[in-house]
Design a protein around this ligand. Sequence first.
Ligand code: SF4
Length: 78
Amino acid sequence: MTRLTKKDALTFLKSADLLGLGMMAERMRKKLHPDGIVTFIIDRNINYTNVCINKCKFCAFYRNEEDPEAYVLSKREL
Ligand code: SF4
């Protein structure tokens, strides 16, 4: 097995060939794990509130505390 080179990675990035990249990844997976068992990790980050005082100019997520769309999840919801 060989790792993807930086040059190859850059070529993939520029080509935006997502299906081609997926097919190559599937080929490598089959090579590494021919038994057909596949596992996935589900990573979740719970945003328990959208109230934020930082107000970054690029952010479309935050709300001021008094905004009707502001929320804070309860412990039960969490
Ligand atoms: S990105 Fe949005 S939520 Fe994050 S600190 Fe900036 S304003 Fe707050």
